[in-house]
Ligand binder design. Structure first.
Ligand SMILES: [Zn+2]
Length: 207
């Protein structure tokens, strides 16, 4: 069984490929969204294009999109565009892959959305992880989790059916993270792989 890489930037890797802005629809599974760093004055037409592309059967999720306090784009504009993504995801019934930097308290306002939210590249403290879990969010862990003991502790306590593993934009081998997590959670590698694919099925067919 393949290692599911929930959020990555490598064409044809098993998992969800994050489509670049203005890239054509690929043959493999992907997600489409406007990353806050890509917001420009043309965001409306960029978003229209994303709406078209994301209706493709192999587009599994909307995103990454979200809120980022570290980039110089107006906060209310970021909120507005994020809200557009969520409404669209609800319309086409696809989950949302969320990018969030230092805006977790605002993110909690979206807990009543009708579609699953997966926070990608989670790299914060245990209390934030708990709050997000209680609000119904999924967390996807990346490379940082293979080095940071505090993230490993979070993974240990986090329900395996609410998490994903990803390589994001690194060239790190996702198999290493799977091995680490299988040891932390005392699960066989095969069971962990199976669980991650099952989680993917669940967020896609959440209805
Ligand atoms: Zn990414």
């Amino acid at each position: 069984m393949d290692f599911l890489d929930f959020h990555h930037h490598k064409p044809s890797q098993p998992g969800i490929y994050n489509l670049n802005l203005n890239e054509e629809i690929p043959q493999w599974k992907f997600s489409a969204g406007l990353h806050p760093k890509d917001i420009t004055e043309n965001w409306k037409s960029d978003f229209e294009r994303i709406k078209n592309i994301s209706q493709s059967y192999n587009c599994l999720a909307i995103g990454e999109c979200g809120l980022d306090a570290m980039i110089p784009i107006d906060e209310s504009l970021q909120n507005e565009i994020f809200q557009h993504h969520i409404s669209w995801a609800e319309d086409i019934k696809k989950p949302v892959i969320v990018h969030c930097v230092r805006r977790f308290s605002q993110l909690l306002h979206y807990k009543r959305a009708k579609v699953p939210f997966i926070i990608h590249g989670f790299n914060k403290k245990e209390n934030v992880a708990k709050e997000l879990l209680q609000a119904g969010f999924f967390l996807s862990f990346g490379k940082a989790a293979s080095d940071h003991l505090s993230l490993q502790q979070i993974i240990k306590d986090f329900p395996v059916h609410k998490m994903f593993l990803e390589s994001d934009d690194t060239d790190f081998d996702i198999a290493e993270l799977y091995e680490k997590v299988s040891a932390i959670k005392s699960m066989s590698l095969e069971n962990l792989k199976m669980q991650m694919w099952e989680n993917l099925e669940n967020v896609i067919n959440y209805g």
